[in-house]
Design a protein around this ligand. Structure first.
Ligand code: FES
Length: 306
């Protein structure tokens, strides 16, 4: 399995997709399958419109089997996107050049980041939403900006307490590694809480804390799923559970911004959703790193999330 992270100024945020064995084609094929807007035309290495920058996360001198064809090399040369040194490195050492044509470059069994400029004449793509967003659409009515701040502080506070509880229960059942990770995530949530309190500075949020029944399913969105309490949970699964919660937090704010009729609430919800999108990115990066570390363990004693 390989993680392919797409990054572009025309996308609201980076998107990581998992290309599994047998499901891999060119970078362009993977992008099209996931509606990633890499521009393209000929799809045959002859027009250069699908130019992308590829970063290989497994660095070092490992050979990559890059399969740089004469056609791709010639087009990159015409675009001024490959140096003589890169051509020698590709031909002699099988090392990949910085730029590739997405329609010619195959996704291999390694994690990569694919950056592209995209077509800036098109409207920016809406933020990526998972189906969980529908849970909140219209499900929570916010009457005032003060009430919105009360909800925001509750979401972050509840997430911190939730991770504290998960950490304690993992410790009690002897899963010390995941207990430590959940304690780290509780600290992460407290940082978010501090951000939420800062943004709500002019509001006495204590007056606007919503009751449990105000939430769909009586639970704040950043709580993990029940399986996060499984005593045999691995670090990677714990991170994935936390990511689901963060995505729901993002979707909660995004949905409020998209459904409220109040411009101040909309502006605040947009700011919070942007913050949450960054938290999602942080967790996705942790997961990518954790997956990489599982394949290439660090020497004993080095932490895998810092
Ligand atoms: S789409 Fe024309 S070179 Fe890739």
């Amino acid at each position: 399995m390989s993680n392919v992270t797409f990054s572009s100024p025309v996308m609201a945020r980076d998107i990581t997709v998992y290309a599994i064995a047998g499901d891999r084609g060119t970078i362009l094929a993977v992008a099209k399958a996931h509606k990633i807007p890499i521009p393209f035309d000929c799809q045959d290495g002859e027009c250069g419109s699908c130019l992308v920058e590829v970063k290989h996360l497994a660095s070092g001198n490992r050979k990559h089997g890059i399969a740089l064809t004469e056609k791709e090399k010639e087009m990159l040369r015409q675009l001024g996107k490959i140096t003589k040194e890169e051509i020698v490195e590709a031909e002699v050492n099988d090392m990949p050049p910085r730029y590739r044509l997405a329609c010619q470059c195959f996704v291999r069994n390694e994690d990569i980041i694919v950056a592209f400029e995209g077509d800036k004449t098109l409207p920016a793509q809406a933020p990526y939403l998972t189906p969980a967003a529908k849970v909140y659409k219209g499900g929570v009515q916010i009457a005032s900006l003060e009430e919105f701040h009360g909800f925001a502080v509750t979401v972050e506070e509840d997430a911190a307490l939730h991770f504290d509880k998960l950490s304690a229960s993992m410790e009690a059942c002897g899963n010390h590694e995941v207990a430590k990770l959940f304690a780290q995530l509780a600290g992460f949530s407290r940082l978010h809480l501090a951000e939420a309190r800062k943004r709500a500075a002019a509001t006495d949020v204590a007056k606007f804390i919503p009751p449990d029944y105000a939430w769909p399913d009586h639970e704040t969105p950043e709580r993990t799923a029940l399986w996060a309490g499984d005593p045999s949970l691995s670090r990677l699964d714990a991170l994935r559970a936390a990511l689901v919660g963060e995505r729901r937090g993002y979707e909660f704010y995004y949905s409020i911004a998209g459904t409220t009729g109040d411009k101040d609430i909309r502006a605040a919800a947009k700011e919070f959703s942007q913050e949450e999108a960054e938290h999602v990115q942080v967790l996705e990066a942790w997961i990518t790193r954790e997956e990489w570390l599982q394949k290439h363990p660090l020497p004993t004693g080095e932490a895998s999330v810092s």
